[in-house]
Design a protein around this ligand. Structure first.
Ligand code: AMP
Length: 286
């Protein structure tokens, strides 16, 4: 595996591979890799000739009061894991490569960036879209791999790609969970064993929502109420949101018809966790 930190070096490596006729897959990450990230890596390696993984803790997507400084980092471990998986190149730029002095251009998906997570994190998706577009411009991937874990992010990136005519296929891979159901996240490293136990209420509430929908419940309010009760019974849980929204535009749904994104964000003490479940009726799937 080759490792690049400078934009021109990364760009020239990918151009060389493309000139050889290779298809290129990109997996953007913020590092501290777990099986969720590795499932995206494996997806890219399966489908593409040449896989680039990026590790960059993107300052632009953190608010001043968030965990940018504390965000867990372990480049040596990440690099070893990526090499073992068979990744071709690791792109690990410094902040100065991505945001040189005088940087001042941002990308906003205006109609969706302030919904769900965007309400409590107003500049988050602007930071995500900006860095992802930069990575697309540097690496020019044929396909990029994202996780359903960050459902709103995947929907917003798809929209950005459509709206800006970007020539990249967006692949969204299923949520990877631990054996108890907790969605894997680099931020789980912040959780004490007790908080980890309480955090299982997220997946438990989503499972309950799924059961309710599959048994015919269609009223969003009833589902939300039940989910809030499950999560709210944990002493350290502070709910940011529990919502049932349209999967295309993220607008709240009153009644579920043939599709819905059921999404939650909850603080356990200072740790903010997200999780979701995407419902699609059998008719819609066909
Ligand atoms: P992050 O490093 O948190 O920015 O995540 C990088 C990518 O990995 C994003 O596309 C995430 O959606 C994806 N990802 C993170 N956790 C999981 C998970 N548990 N299952 C699947 N994908 C994940």
């Amino acid at each position: 595996m080759k490792t690049f930190s400078a934009v021109p070096d990364m760009r020239s490596e990918v151009r060389t591979q493309k000139a050889r006729g290779k298809t290129v897959g990109l997996v953007p990450t913020m590092g501290y890799l777990h099986e969720g990230h590795l499932s995206l890596i494996r997806g890219s390696i399966r489908q593409m000739d040449y896989t680039v993984a990026s590790v960059f803790v993107n300052p632009a997507q953190f608010a001043p009061n968030e965990d940018l400084q504390q965000y867990p980092r372990d480049m040596k471990r990440d690099s070893d894991l990526l090499e073992k998986e068979g990744v071709n190149s690791l792109f690990a730029p410094g902040d100065d490569q991505m945001y040189p002095q005088g940087f001042g251009t941002y990308v906003e998906v205006v109609d969706m960036q302030h919904k769900l997570c965007g309400r409590s994190r107003p500049a988050h998706f602007r930071g995500v879209c900006t860095v992802v577009l930069k990575l697309f411009n540097i690496i020019e991937p044929d396909a990029a791999f994202f996780g359903q874990k960050d459902a709103q992010q995947a929907i917003i990136i798809r929209k950005m790609v459509r709206d800006l005519n970007l020539d990249v296929k967006i692949e969204v891979m299923p949520i990877v969970r631990d054996e108890q159901g907790l969605a894997l996240s680099s931020r789980n490293a912040y959780l004490s064993p007790e908080l980890k136990k309480q955090a299982l209420s997220l997946s438990a509430s989503l499972k309950e929502a799924q059961n309710m929908i599959e048994s015919g419940e269609r009223t969003a309010e009833k589902i939300i109420r039940r989910m809030k009760k499950i999560i709210g019974s944990e002493p350290s849980a502070r709910i940011d949101y529990v919502e049932v929204v349209d999967t295309d535009n993220l607008d709240p749904l009153k009644k579920i018809d043939d599709q819905a994104l059921i999404a939650v964000a909850v603080f356990f003490e200072k740790v903010r966790l997200i999780d979701n479940f995407m419902f699609e009726s059998k008719e819609k799937k066909q």
